[in-house]
Design a protein around this ligand. Structure first.
Ligand code: OAD
Length: 240
């Protein structure tokens, strides 16, 4: 199927970064396990206790900065080079796809390393910079917030439209390591199905979309993706 697809779209979630040591959100050991997402990942939570929210995000920034992309992230870079057109859509904010070498990643939920001023709304790229507990804007002095999408917020302008167009267009949508319960991201599956596209799920466990997709590959993304790549015919040799 992949060899004949021509164009492939991919939607990833926290599961693809699990082998890099980044905890997922749901399930045992998950980031939300024992924590209420609404007390940490909403604009109201930030307004109520910005210090607590920043401590949580600084901890996550450090965790991710120390992590490395895994074989699953790398296999997607290689897959992109083997098809006519490839769109990588992620819910992850860890930037591990980019560090593995993927370009043009559609980050539906923003990322941990861009921060945004709550006053003048300027964004700053703070990759590799250790932030104080409550960082303030260099330009206007207002409190700066993580550049991620919180519950109840809209997605970054243009990103959703590009993701939607890609899943309608591409012959195959690969859905990797997501519990498929957070919308609108999870809605991309129904959009692809509605457009008559083939959907393949790669996940350790069953999810609400498992019964709706064309094919389920059960297991770790970091094992399944390299294996899929191995089974594709080798790329043509460059002319000498
Ligand atoms: P979840 O934590 O909800 O789901 C992770 C999924 O990955 C689960 O279905 C696991 O079974 C699967 N999984 C775990 N390890 C895996 C592995 N090694 N290989 C394959 N699959 C594996 O994470 P997301 O679906 O990404 O949003 O969560 C969606 C959104 O909810 C996040 O972007 C975040 C969160 O709240 C915001 O913060 C706005």
């Amino acid at each position: 199927m992949l060899a004949q697809a021509g164009e492939i779209a991919v939607l990833t979630g926290a599961g693809i970064s699990a082998e890099s040591g980044i905890p997922t959100f749901r399930g045992l050991g998950g980031l939300w396990n024992g924590r209420a997402p609404l007390s940490l990942a909403t604009p109201e939570a930030f307004a109520h206790d910005p210090q607590l929210v920043w401590e949580f995000y600084n901890w996550r920034r450090e965790l991710v900065a120390q992590a490395e992309p895994n074989a699953g992230h790398r296999a997607l870079v290689a897959l992109a080079g083997r098809v006519d057109r490839f769109t990588l859509i992620t819910q992850n904010v860890d930037r591990l796809h980019q560090r593995a070498g993927s370009g043009d990643v559609l980050e539906l939920h923003g990322n941990l390393f861009e921060v945004r001023c709550t006053g003048c709304h300027r964004t700053f790229d703070q990759t590799g910079i250790t932030l104080p507990a409550l960082p303030h804007c260099e330009a206007c002095g207002h409190l700066v917030r993580p550049g991620v999408v919180w519950f109840g917020e809209t997605l970054p302008p243009g990103i959703w439209e590009s993701a939607e167009a890609a899943v309608r267009r591409a012959g195959i949508l690969l859905v990797i390591g997501t519990s498929a319960v957070v919308f609108p991201a999870a809605g991309l599956v129904a959009i692809a199905r509605g457009a008559g596209r083939t959907v393949i799920e790669i996940n350790l466990e069953a999810t609400p979309i498992s019964d709706e997709v064309d094919l389920v590959l059960r297991g770790q993304a970091a094992e399944i993706l390299p294996e899929l790549l191995n089974r594709l015919s080798p790329p043509p040799l460059a002319a000498t």
